[in-house]
Design a protein around this ligand. Structure first.
Ligand code: 0RA
Length: 637
């Protein structure tokens, strides 16, 4: 979304036809409007309607948003905003609400709002939701009356009618997603809840309620502490260094900036940025502004208060070790760039965030010296460890271990030198590694066997990580380097495939590897380079017929197909039980294999997951493993 709304507003002026463009194009090419027609796209429908309600809240007219997941598969979003206008539009001779719902892009101009602060990932408007629904009904409470209108597949089905009286104002939209369009039409409570919770954190005081009528589940999300409470929530399983998050806020040239931050005793940096309520996972100008200010304030304070000498300075990484922060800005014309359109491009934002953060954080430090001292002590410890790590790295470099010319001996590399064609299998154990080496297509498949469990990077600092031989092999083979030296351009493979046994140990190794990639090579995941191999769980034989099943369900189904008698069923416990030919056919042959691509659905949740699974605190981990025991089999972060 490159500022859809602004662009389209101007085209409204110059080309009045376009504003009345119908919704056929949305139904023909839904991906262009909502990204995809899978579960993700489906959930975007809800977000889109909620965003409109949140816009009303941000404009100061709405306090509560209610979301219902109905038994019949429909969803309702009800708000107590102004209600969508119902008066007849002079030019188009239709009620405003009908224009809003049946034409693309009528929103921007018609609603009289200069801009929308909020906006779904695609910011396309409720009319797209209408276009992609079997039916949609809207109820508007306005002018002391209640109005109703129904649409089917985006087309008006009934006239707007007054159906009763109203003693407040607001809008209720109810829609049933079209199963001709979506691969799945079943809403997932947790996915909806996570987004609504995030929205509530980002908009202090706004009350969002979710009711699942299918299960009678009900939650109320309301955080009067806003982004500060968000940080407290993220840090609930970590050990904070100061009791309360630091909250900074300001506004300049119509850009609103809110920052909350809290340091923990951990080593990772955990900054989540948002622009207009959208998680900008690729960062952007607000993130750059924040980081710049943070480093500068820490150095200025440290020097001024003689916590270190003039000649010393803390690096950016030192300043951010163990930090959890939310940076949330609201800007009139957001420019979203990058691979997944989730990087903020507005250049004016950088300086604004930088100056507000600098000014307010310096003020906070002046008023809270003990907290400032604690943070700077932590950053200085990081600096020492980083120096030690640098020395360790230099040493290994001198030994040639980190040079690409000195690839690890255990690596069976592929022949092609084209990274986009190359893949590497990280295989648990030397024996499975051996099978994989025999099975592979040498041309484009490399194999790196990993012995045993790799180091838990969640509990270690860089200097220790760089002393782990398995991890060094991994870094060298992948080619990108890590941390400050990470460069995705040097990736030697564009598919990195984790292949571990389907047992508890394999699961653990997979999570250790995922933790490493998430913490130190995250852009590889963001680029879509990381995969998890899916070896079969069962081999089913009948006479000469051999079938593989990748789940319990599939085993039952395949056994039925083959007939129940005379079946041989073998449960694979490890990769080692397959001969190279079987391994190739089931797990490595691009023609027939299944792989999971690792995607970061929600960085806050992924961070929480790794903190819980791999961090220091034991109690939350126990709870987590009990609650998620079933899911862990198909861990997706
Ligand atoms: C157009 C104009 C106005 C409000 C809205 C649309 C509006 C849309 C949605 C969608 C869900 N809830 C909504 N609430 C409001 C401004 C109305 C005015 O100026 O009174």
């Amino acid at each position: 979304m490159k500022d859809n709304k602004a662009v389209l507003e101007s085209s409204y002026d110059s080309d009045k036809i376009q504003v009345l463009e119908g919704l056929e194009s949305v139904r023909k090419n839904p991906g262009m409007y909502i990204g995809s027609t899978d579960a993700r796209g489906l959930h975007h429908l809800v977000y889109e309607v909620v965003d409109n309600a949140v816009d009303e809240a941000l404009a100061g007219y709405c306090t509560t948003v209610l979301v219902f997941l109905h038994k019949n598969g429909a969803v309702s979003v009800a708000d107590n905003g102004r209600g969508i206008p119902v008066d007849i539009h002079e030019k188009y001779k239709k009620p405003g609400v009908e224009l809003v719902l049946t034409t693309l892009y009528s929103g921007g101009k018609f609603d009289g709002q200069a801009y929308k602060v909020s906006g779904g990932l695609h910011g396309v408007g409720v009319s797209c939701v209408n276009a992609l629904s079997k039916w949609l009904e809207v109820k508007v409470r306005r002018n002391s009356k209640e109005y109703h209108q129904r649409y089917e597949r985006g087309k008006t089905a009934t006239d707007l009618k007054i159906i009763g009286k109203a003693n407040d104002t607001g809008t209720t939209v109810t829609f049933l997603p079209d199963n001709d369009i979506f691969e799945t039409t079943e809403f997932d409570y947790d996915i909806v809840a996570t987004r609504l919770r995030e929205m509530a954190f980002l908009n202090a005081g706004l009350q969002i309620e979710l009711t699942d009528e299918r299960t009678d589940k009900h939650e109320v999300f309301r955080y009067d502490g806003g982004v500060s409470e968000f940080v407290t929530h993220i840090n609930k399983n970590k050990v904070p260094l100061h009791p309360k998050p630091i909250y900074l806020q300001g506004e300049k040239d119509a850009v609103q900036v809110e920052v909350a931050l809290q340091y923990t005793d951990g080593y990772t940096e955990n900054i989540h940025t948002f622009a207009n309520n959208i998680n900008t996972i690729e960062g952007g100008t607000h993130l750059i502004g924040f980081k710049g200010a943070l480093t500068r304030v820490l150095n200025d304070y440290g020097r001024k208060n003689k916590l270190f000498d003039e000649s010393f300075s803390l690096s950016g990484e030192d300043s951010r070790e163990g930090i959890t922060a939310i940076v949330s800005i609201k800007v009139r014309k957001p420019q979203f760039e990058g691979q997944t359109k989730s990087k903020l491009g507005n250049s004016e934002v950088r300086g604004i965030v930088e100056s507000i953060t600098s000014e307010k954080l310096s003020e906070f430090f002046e008023e809270n010296p003990p907290v400032a001292h604690m943070i700077i002590d932590k950053a200085m410890l990081s600096s020492k460890a980083r120096e030690a790590a640098r020395k360790a790295r230099e040493l290994t470099r001198r030994k040639g271990l980190l040079e690409s010319s000195a690839l690890p001996g255990k690596l069976a590399d592929c022949s092609t030198r084209d990274p986009s064609q190359s893949e590497i299998y990280l295989v648990e154990g030397d024996s499975a590694g051996g099978s994989a080496k025999q099975a592979r297509d040498k041309e484009f498949q490399a194999i790196l066997p990993l012995r045993g469990k790799i180091l838990n990077v969640e509990k270690a600092r860089m200097d220790k990580i760089l002393k782990s031989e398995e991890i060094l092999h991994l870094i060298t083979a992948v080619g990108t380097g890590i941390a400050e030296e990470f460069n995705i351009e040097n990736a030697r493979y564009h598919r990195i495939i984790l292949m571990t046994d389907a047992d508890v140990d394999g699961e653990h190794i997979r999570i250790l590897l995922l933790t490493f990639f998430f913490r130190y090579m995250r852009p590889l995941i963001e680029k879509g380079y990381l995969y998890i191999a899916q070896p079969p769980l069962y081999k089913i034989t009948k006479g000469k017929t051999v079938e593989y099943a990748f789940s319990e369900q599939e085993r039952v189904q395949k056994a039925k197909q083959l007939g129940e008698t005379g079946l041989g069923i073998q449960r694979y416990k490890g990769l080692g039980e397959m001969n190279p030919q079987q391994l190739w056919e089931t797990t490595m042959d691009p023609e027939s294999r299944m792989m999971l691509q690792v995607i970061i659905e929600n960085a806050v949740e992924a961070d929480e997951l790794f903190t819980i699974l791999m961090g220091e605190a034991v109690e939350p981990r126990k709870v987590f493993i009990e609650q998620h025991a079933k899911d862990v089999v198909n861990l997706d972060i």
